[in-house]
Design a protein around this ligand. Structure first.
Ligand SMILES: Nc1ncnc2c1ncn2[C@@H]1O[C@H](COP(=O)(O)OP(=O)(O)O)[C@@H](O)[C@H]1O
Ligand SMILES: [Mg+2]
Length: 261
């Protein structure tokens, strides 16, 4: 199993005129992520907690090799995202509730298609499909076109498909966002199962309870910068805070100087 190391990454976006207007700024450059460093280990769930716009998705997309950081590097084991992106992609899955599935294909077809795309042998793919479809209750719908399935079922299928290559590192952007309560439970239970199997899991969220329930360690990110990073217990002790909520708002206040009370 592989350790994930994010090392001093910085990502700047060029804003369009329209974006400048929306952000009410004249400056055309937006620093979305600044000097972000953390390590996530096999067998743990690492949480990236922050408000909307903090830079969570940008960090996730850099890890997933979808965008390139301007500075710094990211390592999956010994492999660099910048220079060995092909190897990294084989070891990693990027899960997001925003993934789109083609409407006129069936779960069976899609699973087989993506297995072959990842170079997974048919016999192994079948084994994984049986496990994942059973786990997510997809069995009954294997031959139903995506267009005719519920949103929750589509979400579960897209997660199952993202895991065809049995990746060591799983990153999940806002895992329970937009999921109905039952689907959310299935997904969180499965993440805990993957953790028990020694996978390295990084999830991003703006929901305090997700961190409290699932994460072994957490980094709080505000305005593109990691403010603190540790186990929840050690963070609360070090900051003399009673709970995650009060620590979170204290950090928000310190960072932005505005009142969120
Ligand atoms: N493609 C982009 N172009 C311009 N600005 C972007 C782009 N992607 C993200 N941003 C900006 O970077 C900041 C961080 O965004 P994001 O990583 O999506 O935050 P989060 O996922 O924590 O809500 C925000 O201010 C967002 O508007
Ligand atoms: Mg986001």
């Amino acid at each position: 199993m592989e350790t994930l190391r994010v090392q001093n990454i910085r990502k700047t976006f060029k804003l369009s005129k329209k974006q400048c207007k929306i952000e009410q700024t004249e400056t055309k450059l937006k620093v979305a992520v600044d000097d972000v460093t953390f390590t996530a280990y096999p067998g743990e769930i690492f949480g990236l907690l922050g408000p909307n716009g903090a830079g969570k998705t940008t960090v996730m997309r850099c890890i997933a090799t979808l965008i390139k950081a301007d500075k710094g590097d990211i390592f999956v084991g010994a492999h660099s995202v910048l220079t060995q992106s092909h190897t990294v992609r084989k070891k990693l899955a990027f899960l997001t509730h925003e993934l789109k599935l083609e409407d006129h294909f069936t779960p069976n077809f899609l699973f087989k298609y993506f297995s072959r795309l990842h170079g997974v042998e048919d016999a192994i793919a079948l084994e994984r499909k049986t496990e994942l479809f059973n786990r997510f209750g997809i069995d009954k719908f294997q031959e139903v076109k995506v267009a005719d399935l519920s949103t929750g079922m589509k979400q579960k299928i897209s997660i199952a498909i993202s895991l065809v290559h049995d990746p060591d590192v799983i990153i999940f952007d806002e895992p329970t966002n937009g999921l109905d309560i039952l689907t959310a439970k299935t997904v969180t239970d499965y993440l805990l199962n993957l953790k028990d199997r020694g996978k390295t899991i990084i999830l991003s969220t703006h929901i305090l309870q997700v961190v409290e329930k699932m994460c072994d360690r957490v980094a709080i990110i505000i305005d593109g910068k990691i403010q603190v990073c540790d186990t929840l217990d050690d963070l609360l002790t070090a900051n003399k805070n009673e709970d995650l909520e009060s620590l979170f708002f204290k950090l928000m206040l310190q960072t932005s100087g505005e009142s969120y009370a």
